[in-house]
Design a protein around this ligand. Structure first.
Ligand code: BG6
Length: 480
């Protein structure tokens, strides 16, 4: 890491995201020695009036610690100071600036090497005013070096127009290299592995196209509903919450062309290109569902048509992928919690073993839980008979990488923001293209032109989704 005074400001410090994700990630980074220099300070900012100790008490319970790191915990908590103020009033931000500057001066950072990271753990409705306040009152003003960076979370808007508006408002205040749009799926270990798998292995290079691949599924399932978040969720729905961002990012990494290098801009250029090649979604290639009991949440209107489940097929108009369905599927309150990519290959031509009905070759990347990469293939069943069976080449992380802790997505991404690496963040034009793809469909759903069908909580989701999968060419195989 660069040296120089570093101030990390968590805005919305007493909120859920900050408590559950941001502070725990910072603590983990601290424990691993990334924030240990005495030049680092953390500031919490929120409207509630709290003392430093009251904020520390609120977050302490969320930081995983035992006897062995009790000392780390105490030291970490002492790095945190609290400033209270509103999100649209200069007084609070002036006090925040004063607190940061005092820290910088006390650490002899007057030469201007001060670095200021603002993490907006806040609802997007306040992003424009908060960014304006930061810009006017809290940026690192020295022109001798150092930087000011802003980290924002989804949802970035509700559709193309609102997202573009938000982007312009923030873009007038900060340059693109200062803005870090988090999609936490990009911080997951196996998502980060996708480019390596695709472009560092001779196996896949010649096979990764329409001649060999029949269909691709990108699936997210959760075995719990919208518990406690009904109000937020009902305004957004599963497409805006999961598909338009998390699954679409995975889609890009699976479908994009090889970038000319691994520089962040080269990778993001390719992601934009593949997004631009997606053709308009057809209504008959969409299934929406809503789990029974969803509207019992008092914050959800009784007549809500918001989908808690969706299967959407994306099709790409280019030489590599013409005709290959990319089936993006996400649902809440289903029978399991899992996120995976399943690349299904075509049947072997001239199948002399007559074994194709046992199943096709599949390449599966299980993002979570129990991270794994495996290939389903046909082998001879051991024994005297010449019969075939489906089996797996299996790289399960638990077994292969025993003793290695896989970092949390937020931990990795916050470290990237400090390092200034934007590879795993969403660029403005990527975001625009992502909204271009889904906005017409979302508007049709919002107008009630497409209906969510009911499904039982704890089920696989609507049976219509399985039918769509089959129509798209997916062949169910058994085993894994
Ligand atoms: C969030 C969504 O972005 O991702 C939540 O808003 C969802 O609805 C969560 O539960 C899932 O994240 P993960 O890392 O647990 O798969």
């Amino acid at each position: 890491l660069e040296t120089g005074c570093l101030s990390i400001v968590v805005l919305g410090a007493s909120g859920d995201l900050a408590k559950k994700k941001t502070f725990p990630a910072l603590f983990n980074l601290y424990r691993q020695g990334f924030l240990q220099s005495n030049e680092v300070h953390i500031f919490g900012y929120a409207r509630t009036k709290l003392s430093d100790d009251e904020l520390r008490d609120r977050i302490c319970g969320y930081l995983s610690h035992g006897k062995e790191n009790a000392e780390d915990l105490t030291k970490f908590l002492h790095l945190i100071k609290y400033v209270s103020g509103s999100y649209d009033d200069e007084e609070g931000f002036r006090s925040l600036d004063k607190a940061i500057s005092e820290h910088e001066v006390s650490r002899n950072s007057t030469e201007g090497s001060a670095r200021r990271l603002f993490y907006l753990a806040l609802p997007p409705s306040v992003y424009p005013s908060v960014c304006k306040m930061i810009k006017n009152y809290c940026t690192n003003k020295s022109d001798l070096g150092g930087w000011t960076r802003i980290v924002v979370e989804k949802p970035f808007g509700k559709d193309l127009a609102s997202a573009e508006q938000l982007s312009s408002q923030i873009g007038e205040l900060f340059d693109e290299p200062q803005i870090y749009r988090i999609d936490h799926y990009l911080g997951k270990e196996l998502v980060q592995n996708l480019l390596v798998l695709r472009f560092a292995n001779r196996f896949f290079l010649p096979l990764w196209n329409r001649d060999n691949i029949d269909n691709v599924q990108i699936v997210f399932r959760e075995d719990f509903g919208t518990e406690g978040r009904g109000g937020y969720f009902d305004e957004y729905g599963i497409i805006r919450d999961i598909i338009q961002n998390h699954l679409l990012q995975v889609f890009c990494l699976i479908a994009m062309e090889k970038p000319i290098s691994i520089k962040p801009e080269h990778i993001r250029d390719e992601k934009v290109k593949v997004l631009q090649s997606v053709v308009p979604i057809k209504d008959e290639e969409v299934v929406l569902g809503q789990y029974e009991g969803y509207t019992e949440d008092p914050t959800v209107p009784d007549n809500s048509n918001t989908p808690t489940f969706a299967t959407v097929i994306l099709r790409i108009h280019n030489e590599r992928w013409e005709g290959v369905p990319f089936i993006l599927k996400a649902g809440k309150a289903l029978n399991s919690r899992k996120a995976e990519v399943r690349v299904q290959f075509k049947d072997v031509p001239g199948d002399i073993f007559r074994c194709q009905k046992q199943g096709r070759n599949e390449f599966v990347i299980r993002l979570q839980p129990l991270e794994a990469i495996y290939m389903k293939l046909t082998v001879k069943q051991p024994g005297l008979e010449m019969s075939t069976a489906q089996s797996e080449l299996d790289l399960s992380y638990r077994q292969r990488y025993q003793g290695i802790t896989i970092p949390e997505a937020y931990e990795r991404l916050i470290l990237d923001t400090i390092r200034g690496d934007q590879q795993h963040f969403v660029r403005r034009d990527e975001l625009k293209e992502a909204w271009e793809i889904f906005t017409p469909l979302l508007h049709r759903i919002d107008r009630g032109e497409l209906k969510a069908v009911p499904y039982k909580p704890g089920s696989r989701g609507p049976t219509e989704a399985d039918e769509l999968l089959q129509r798209a060419g997916y062949v169910q195989t058994h085993g894994y």
